[in-house]
Design a protein around this ligand. Structure first.
Ligand code: TYC
Length: 103
């Protein structure tokens, strides 16, 4: 036990594990009603994409069904999802955002 406690490698390994926060991907889901323009607006306003990245990602979501908009800590990811859904609600679009653990 004394040896384990004095072994700097053991302490380092345990500290590394404790310090690593879980990260969460936020994805937008495709639907048939939200306009492409609104999705591009959301990608720029909420996820800070430039115009070109926002267009590319919107098309990828449109074609594949979903796309990763960013990776965040739990609280920030939750806030992004809530912000997207509130903007969608205010504009009467069914746009959905989800979060999933980034492993
Ligand atoms: N499929 C929508 C359309 O054709 C566009 C769209 C793209 C909607 C991405 C949602 O997350 C989305 N108007």
């Amino acid at each position: 036990m004394g040896e384990r406690l004095n072994d700097p490698n053991v302490v380092l390994e345990e500290k590394t594990k404790l310090d690593k926060p879980k990260l969460f991907r936020v994805l937008l889901l495709n639907d048939d009603y939200t306009t492409m323009e609104f999705v591009i607006f959301v990608l720029q306003a909420v996820f800070h994409k430039d115009s070109e990245d926002a267009h590319t990602l919107m098309w990828q979501i449109h074609q594949s069904g979903a796309g990763i908009c960013g990776v965040f800590t739990y609280e920030i990811a939750e806030m992004k999802v809530a912000t997207v859904e509130e903007m969608a609600r205010q504009n009467e679009f069914p746009l959905r955002a989800i979060m999933e653990e980034d492993e």
